[in-house]
Design a protein. Structure first.
Lengths: 299, 273, 442
């Protein structure tokens, strides 16, 4: 220990090791975050891009117009739907498949795991393109599958009520393998003794699941649930590729709205205020996560 | 008896699920070799009448997919290599160097993980624009060369390296840089491989930032090019499927080859809280 | 030195070296650009396949003008607007470039492009009267010319002759009433299977705007600082458009017709309002059994006795205001505007020539599909000449047309909401107009 203290690297060495990462983070992450915050109080747009004389400081006006913009509310509503319906569904599906794969009876678990996981590593844009064709009302595979069961075809991406569910379905398919692996790890961490003790007490499979598996998985579920939500708040590529936010803005997400205002119409100030609304939402969910995790550790 | 019944149910359910999961990818591959028009005809055919590679030929000859492929490769490899170096320097320092405010600084960085990247994009674009980096490889690479998550993962791993090892090297007269290159990096190899795969795949699949920065189509990465083609070639189902195969295949193959490391990375990520 | 046991790094060195070499190699290929001394090098940006095809015309220009070389850069249509604005902000616009004529107001307002009147005054080859009036007009902002039309574009009616004939129309509809009548008959006679009479895509702004222009709506009012969509004339056009969706004459979901060629071939749609580039696509993509069963026609009018108005589209050539090579750039514009070069360009990619003389060429004159375009181009109107038009059309007009097609809300309510949205977009413009007024007074 004493030697270590004496031979600790000099401050210059420390700076040498830290500065590449920290300076890049400062210049290309922290400074932009701050500037973005400042931008959200201006009306920076194409006019200002051409001539800074046309830049106005507008105070909270961007946020005010957001509140009065029906499109923003629509985007918020859609994003919430995706997060709070798609998120839990996605987690539930991951949990079910994890239980399926964790059953000791099942053979070829490695193979199944590989197949279930494959969509996770694929490129989102590419599979969104593929699914757009799967969803085709007349030539899509999905509707012919429905046809096998005697169900009438659905105009998945053309019908405002179905477009967001269609995107959720794609998201579940794309993501469930990831959380499934985490759940499997969580399941394997549950000590066998707990189950043995329960069996001795005469508990059936369902009771075991209810009284042991679920409570033991609670921390994992919390982690998985909240990180999934945070990821889902950032919905962008699926609607960008598949629907451009349509039909009737039913798949317009917050990030897509930000992209359109920022990089299509060059209302950069307004777009910055949208970005901060996104930040606020993610911040709140993260806060909940930290609080709950602390509470769990204490109990 | 009951055990066997349960087993059959399990296999059936798993198999059906596996079929459903694989279908989109299998259909993508099959449709990519169908003659034009066959993938969007009624009744639906799953197997191509005749296998053709014309769509792949079109992609290479007319739509410059080779170029996009190289762009993607260039950007992904650069970011992976540079970020591995930069993050491991910082991660190691945070784990093993003692300096005032270290833990405070590290906690601050961790807290910043909640800030979504989208927040930075608007000013970052304006910044890169004034620096003349819009529509350059550097413009895509720069924001990716340091990542808080990468620093975190390496620090956690480096913490497990015994101090005695480093001290022994120091007594031997090795300088800090030498220790880093000849001792720490080799020791961190497993985590570096894992992080490399994650970074590579993440960059390869990334869409929003390259979409914003690359304004010239000769600079597009594969996902951006694919999205742009998907707009102009909606009717050409088979062609788009071939493009999707070209985009997805490299990462799928990489994943199959390095599955072990990838899965380990997920586990590490999941215990970070 | 026991810690050296942990060294296993060296065997990876060759791999690292290979990767680094590769990265350097690719960047070298990407960054490599030829430099040339002693001659003036013009940079010229053109969009999409225009950029690809115009390169074939350049050698001729260069041989006629030794001392000038041209570097053409191709930029994709989808990113063209962003790309040009970024280049403008970064002061890196090329010497001359192609500009969609709805973008000219924006770039002239930003002071990005040069007024061309000084060049025009001396030019013998380029005269306003050699162009379609409506199209030339789009290049004039406050009586200053900023662009020279390169090729023209408008929207009109593509229709299936056989399907229209089957319901008693031997010729295409020429009035709104006829258009409605033929549409009703087509959908009525297809009791057996679902089909539509006309495809008015709800994800395009053109159908609504074209009908609006036809009845003479200015679209915007008060010096283009407020929306005039709830005004009487646009409301009439809107009602007409909406009735097609209400009566199920046009699909209300654009996803329904993902492959328009297939839908047209199957008779799933019998009419389609679209632009000239589709002529080539239709020729190439329609199966042989319907290949000679379609035709183009000018748009129907709201009142009998004339053609219906359509939108004045196309692309112009403009010169960057900051370019030090404006004289040379003008030479290239003059070259590309020559009737023979215009014809050559048409042969290369099928874009309709902006020069009237080129239309005397038998290739154009004897093409029945193109004749409708020639007639239509005499009846075109420009969309409002303000930078915000892009956003108004693409974001707001589409949004509200789509709603009108799918939701039961009163016309007035939708149009008021449209105006309100448009007014919000134009807030900055109102402020700037005000500011300019006060500056002028001082």
């Amino acid at each position: 220990m004493t030697i270590a203290t004496r031979t600790q690297p000099q401050i210059i060495t420390t700076a040498l090791f830290l500065s590449p990462a920290l300076s890049v983070l400062a210049a290309f992450f922290f400074v932009p975050v701050l500037s973005s915050f400042l931008l959200s109080f201006t009306d920076f747009d194409i006019y200002a891009l051409g001539n800074l004389e046309y830049l106005r400081f507008v105070g909270l006006k961007n946020y005010e117009s957001l509140l009065n913009d029906p499109l923003f509310w629509k985007a918020l509503q859609n994003t919430f739907f995706f997060v709070f319906v798609g998120g839990p569904l996605s987690v539930l599906f991951s949990l079910s498949t994890a239980l399926l794969l964790n059953a000791k009876l099942a053979p070829w678990r490695g193979l199944f795991r590989l197949i279930y996981f494959a969509p996770v590593v694929t490129t989102l844009v590419a599979v969104a393109v593929v699914w757009r064709y799967l969803y085709h009302p007349r030539f899509g595979l999905l509707n012919s599958l429905l046809g096998l069961f005697g169900l009438s075809p659905i105009d998945w991406l053309g019908d405002p009520t179905w477009a967001m569910p269609a995107i959720i379905l794609l998201a579940i398919w794309k993501n469930f393998g990831y959380n499934m692996l985490i759940f499997i790890a969580g399941l394997q961490n549950i000590p066998d003794e707990l189950y043995e003790a329960a069996r001795i007490d005469g508990a059936g499979a369902l009771m075991q699941f209810w009284n042991i598996t679920l409570p033991q998985l609670a921390p994992t579920s919390l982690f998985v649930g909240l990180t999934t939500m945070i990821g889902y708040f950032q919905l962008f590529a699926e609607p960008y590729v598949m629907t451009q936010g349509g039909p009737m803005n039913s798949t317009l997400s917050i990030v897509l709205l930000m992209y359109q205002h920022g990089f299509r119409w060059w209302s950069i100030g307004y777009a910055a205020s949208i970005a901060f609304v996104l930040f606020a939402m993610i911040f709140i969910v993260s806060l909940v996560q930290v609080k709950l995790q602390k509470g769990m550790q204490e109990s | 008896m009951r055990k066997n019944a349960a087993k059959i149910v399990l296999i059936t359910v798993s198999t059906i699920l596996a079929l459903l999961t694989a279908t989109p990818l299998v259909w993508m591959a099959l449709a990519s070799v169908m003659p034009t028009g066959q993938a969007s005809s009624f009744p639906i055919r799953l197997l191509p009448d005749a296998v053709t590679l014309e769509h792949y030929a079109t992609l290479f000859d007319r739509l410059h997919i080779g170029r996009y492929f190289l762009n993607s490769l260039m950007v992904s490899i650069s970011i992976t290599l540079i970020s591995l170096f930069v993050n491991s320097l910082a991660g190691y320092a945070f784990a093993k160097f003692r300096f005032g405010g270290r833990d405070k600084l590290f906690r601050m960085l961790l807290a910043a993980l909640v800030i979504p990247a989208q927040v930075t994009m608007l000013p970052l674009f304006l910044m890169l624009n004034t620096m003349g980096l819009v529509n350059t490889y550097l413009g895509v690479i720069i924001p990716g060369i340091a990542s808080i998550f990468g620093i975190f993962v390496i620090r956690q791993f480096a913490l497990s390296i015994p101090d005695s090892l480093i001290e022994a090297a120091r007594i031997d007269g090795a300088g800090d840089l030498r220790i880093y290159f000849t001792l720490i990096l080799p020791l961190c190899r497993p985590i570096l491989v894992t992080l490399a795969i994650f970074t590579f795949m993440g960059t390869w699949n990334d869409f929003l930032w390259p979409l914003i920065v690359m304004t010239d189509d000769s600079m597009y990465t594969l996902p951006v090019a694919l999205a742009s083609l998907a707009g102009e070639h909606v009717q050409d189902t088979e062609l788009m499927m071939a493009g999707s195969v070209m985009t997805v295949l490299p990462v799928l193959v990489l994943f199959m080859a390095l599955q072990r490391y990838y899965v380990r990375g997920i586990m590490m990520g999941s215990v970070k809280g | 030195m026991f810690w050296r046991r942990h060294l296993k790094w060296s065997n990876d060195k060759s791999l690292c070296g290979w990767i680094v070499g590769f990265v350097i190699g690719v960047s070298a290929i990407a960054g490599c650009e030829a430099s040339n001394e002693g001659v003036t090098t013009l940079t010229f940006w053109a969009m999409g396949s225009e950029g690809e095809n115009v390169q074939k015309l350049i050698p001729r220009f260069e041989s006629e003008h030794p001392g000038i070389t041209v570097r053409v850069q191709q930029i994709p249509w989808t990113a063209a607007h962003e790309k040009l604005l970024t280049a403008f902000a970064g002061n890196s616009l090329p010497d001359l470039f192609q500009l969609g004529n709805t973008w000219i107001p924006e770039f002239s307002f930003l002071n990005a492009i040069a007024p061309l009147d000084p060049f025009l005054g001396e030019s013998t080859t380029i005269q306003p009267q050699s162009y379609f009036d409506g199209v030339w007009e789009t290049n004039v902002i406050d009586s200053t010319v900023y662009g020279i039309p390169w090729y023209v574009d408008t929207r009109l009616l593509f229709y299936r002759k056989d399907i229209l004939a089957a319901v008693g129309f031997q010729r295409p509809p020429t009035t709104w009433n006829e258009l409605k009548e033929v549409s009703r008959r087509i959908t009525k006679t297809s009791a057996s299977r679902k089909r539509y009479a006309i495809f008015l895509p709800t994800n395009e702004w053109q159908p609504a705007v074209v009908f609006g222009l036809e009845v003479g709506s200015p679209l915007l009012k008060e010096n283009n600082t407020r929306g005039d969509f709830s005004g009487e004339s646009f409301a009439r056009a809107f009602r007409f458009l909406r009735s097609f969706y209400e009566e199920d004459l046009s699909p209300t979901s654009w996803m329904d017709v993902q492959n328009v060629y297939q839908a047209f071939a199957e008779g799933y749609i019998a009419m389609y309002i679209t632009g000239p580039w589709q002529i080539g696509e239709f020729r190439r993509r329609l199966p042989s059994n319907v290949r000679d069963k379609w035709m183009t026609a000018p748009l129907p009018a709201s009142e009998p006795g004339r053609l219906g108005y359509s939108v004045a589209g196309g692309s112009s050539l403009v010169i960057s205001r900051t370019s030090p090579r404006q004289t040379e750039a003008w030479k290239l514009i003059q070259f590309l505007s020559r009737p023979d070069v215009q014809m050559e360009f048409f042969r290369l990619m099928g874009n309709l020539p902006a020069r009237l003389e080129a239309w005397d060429d038998p290739l154009l004159k004897e093409d029945p599909y193109l004749q409708a375009f020639f007639r239509q181009l005499e009846y075109v109107t420009a969309t409002p000449k303000i930078p915000e038009w892009e956003q108004i059309a693409f974001a707001k007009v589409i949004e509200h047309v789509e709603r009108a097609a799918n939701v039961q809300i009163a016309d007035e309510e939708i149009l008021h909401m449209l105006d309100r949205d448009v007014d919000r977009i134009l807030e900055k413009r109102r402020w700037m107009m005000q500011r300019m007024l006060t500056e002028r007074e001082q």
